[in-house]
Design a binder for this molecule. Structure first.
Ligand code: 5GP
Ligand code: MN
Length: 320
């Protein structure tokens, strides 16, 4: 059932024992939203447990409470499972099976499949963190400096630090409020931008893998398992093909293991969420992803021909 944000706040108020989760391959938005909502719920004396079916990237360990996020195992007692920043229940991995509690889903992905018992979806929000900010307001929750840092991280990372097309006046207004509540933009930006040396060294090889298709409108990078092993993170790599002049669609292929390829797509105008959905993934118009079975060559052929159809279907250009 679709619910208003006010109704979502009431559902949360009624529950006492709450599990909060987000998508696998956690990013700043999913993790920041989980941490912020969980801290706010705990301040109302709720029992809150955070679960993510994945490791939390090192770069986000500076966020307070990240150390308390658990990996799902066995069954967990709860009145409510809150799923943040995830558009389908496959995206939360094993967390789905640790409880039979009703699900409240709060999300901003256009590809959301409305799988939950209760869902609040705002595809205009730049980040789930922006929605959580409004929710905390309705709940009259105190925005502590830790909540402010978590939500600022959530919002800033999903809108490319206020540069992407999803950035709205509301995005910046909420970010400004978070700064008033103690978020430190310079420290958060610097922490997220600082990379281990192994990542910069891996980047040399990543750039060597650059390939172009469709008259330079499509650019790809490819990471084989050894390279993925060698770097602490692949965060930000996709921006290199994305930022090349004339490129409309950028793709990162990550061969996470033999026979399984994880794909990230970024676009200037093509709706890549449609392409990702076609292969069982999802996302936003300009940032989406999926995981495809098969060897890298077959996966590349399949995905690039799907992109080719979109790039050449005329839906790429925006008439002005
Ligand atoms: P990224 O490329 O940064 O992993 O993901 C870009 C966007 O697409 C994010 O909003 C992310 O949540 C979404 N996304 C990425 N991969 C998948 C996927 O496999 N399934 C779904 N439903 N969404 C995805
Ligand atoms: Mn998000």
């Amino acid at each position: 059932m679709e619910v208003s944000l006010k109704r979502a706040a009431e559902i949360l108020a009624k529950a006492n024992n709450i599990i909060v989760t987000g998508h696998i391959y956690p990013d700043g938005d999913s993790l920041g939203s989980i941490l912020a909502l969980s801290e706010a719920l705990a301040s109302f004396n709720k029992k809150v447990q955070m679960y993510i079916d994945d490791d939390i990237p090192l770069v986000y360990h500076f966020l307070k409470g990240a150390e308390n996020v658990q990996k799902p195992e066995g069954k967990v007692q709860a009145d409510l499972l809150v799923v943040l920043d995830a558009s389908d229940d496959e995206r939360i991995g094993k967390v789905k099976s640790i409880t039979d509690a009703p699900i409240l889903n709060i999300d901003h992905h256009i590809s959301n499949i409305k799988f939950a018992d209760y869902w609040y979806l705002d595809t205009k929000a730049a980040a789930t963190g922006e929605i959580i900010m409004a929710l905390l307001n309705i709940m009259h929750a105190k925005i502590t400096p830790d909540i402010a840092a978590a939500l600022y991280t959530a919002i800033a990372t999903d809108c490319g630090f206020f540069r992407y097309a999803n950035t709205t006046a509301n995005t910046m207004t909420q970010a400004a409020r978070l700064i008033e509540h103690g978020a430190k933009p310079n420290i958060i930006a610097e922490t997220l931008e600082t990379k281990p040396l192994n990542t910069i060294l891996a980047l040399k090889e990543v750039l060597d893998s650059l390939e172009f298709y469709d008259d330079g409108k499509v650019a790809t990078i490819t990471l084989l398992p050894e390279l993925i092993e060698a770097t602490s993170t692949t965060e930000g790599f996709i921006n290199y093909p994305r930022n090349i002049e004339g490129v409309e669609v950028a793709v990162m292929f990550k061969v996470v293991e033999e026979g399984s390829v994880r794909i990230s797509m970024r676009s200037k105008e093509v709706d890549v969420s449609k392409i990702a959905l076609q292969f069982g993934g999802g996302g936003h118009k300009r940032a989406a992803g999926c995981t495809m079975p098969g060897d890298i060559k077959a996966v590349k052929d399949q995905l690039l021909s799907a992109i080719h159809r979109h790039v050449n279907s005329g839906q790429m250009r925006f008439e002005q």
